[in-house]
Design a protein around this ligand. Sequence first.
Ligand code: ZN
Length: 426
Amino acid sequence: MAMHVAAVLDRPETWRSRRIKVEYGKFTARVELDRDNWMESGQHEDRKLSDDFRQAADRCMHAGIDRLWLDGETRSFSWGSGDHYVTLFVPVRHADEAVRALRTAETRGDMRLLDRLADKLAPPYDQWLTPGERKLQLGVDFRCPPARLVKLLRAEASRRKMRANARQVEDGVWVRPEPTATAKLLRQAFPDQYIDDPLPVPVQSSKIFRPPIDRRERSRSRTAVPVRPLSFDMAAPPACPCGYTRSHIGFSHDQWHAHWSIGVALPESLSPRTGIVVVTPQASSAWCRVAWESSQVARRQGHYDAGTWPTDRGTDVVNDEDPCAYLALAEGRAVGYLAVSHADRHGWLEWDTDGRVELIDHTIRPRVNIIHVVQVWRRRGLARRLVESMAADSGVALGDVSWSTPFSSTGGPLARSLSANGVWVS
Ligand SMILES: [Zn+2]
């Protein structure tokens, strides 16, 4: 394929000059700013590509590629990264515009032409992926095979935390975009975080008729071997190890089971997302909600009567009785929960005695009220790390921590492994 030099940016022209080159294909023009020799011949630091330029160029390149795919281009695209080349792919009719855009961006630091070109090329995903039902017409809205548009829509929808619900028909693609189930749950669970981001109202039209699935797509079901039902009473299924019962008000079994087995998902706005954080009831409502949901699982698991976390929204009122929570975070979920409050009546419990102690020590100590690690994170030393971090954070030795009794079946062995002779209890 022929490569044309469309512009030389440095005069007099030498081998060091920056150039904009265009390679024309049948549909696609590859337009490239070549800074390679120019970079090599000067101070590298001075000649770096600005972040503005890189961002604007990336956006324009991706818009161009999406546009070309929709127009029916079948080739693949490759480009270099770094400061030496800036590459755009555009329909041939936009090649001159792309040259001008790269030139003004490079010589004047002006990104407006790049932005304008990107706007022009970008498929109207905002419109196509608004909730509601619509048909995108082959030959009008796009020219590629409908199956490809379905793929592109699914990919773009998932970037937007949406489900496209796209289906191809002979002359187009039906879409019925809606938020993903997870996105819906998050919106329900943390409505205050979405105040500024309301869901667009679905476009309703009685004239829109989505055709039923084509018979050919369904035909296999006529030859399929029917499944055989066995008698099984789902009204009395075996109890789930997560301990879910109908009395877990406000949680479905799925939600509850996820909290118990893999942890409470952090809303995207929260950071950090890994490590251990200390949450007080004065923290943001989102953090308080995570602590509260974690505490609910912890208390049910330990069969405690009362929750250990006072609020699911947070409060400005400081109450000395309130615990703070040490949350262990991993992969965007709260996977360990340790509730700690301060107590000033303790007794020393020697292991292997009858467990009766007199509460005669009046030192103020941090007390482990409840500790819980989600199922997939158990037996990995996480509970121990939580208690160690809490002790260090409270400025006391591990042996000076106090424990709320009676011990749970996991709390006892944990305390014993941390303090071999005995522990303070309260
Ligand atoms: Zn369960």
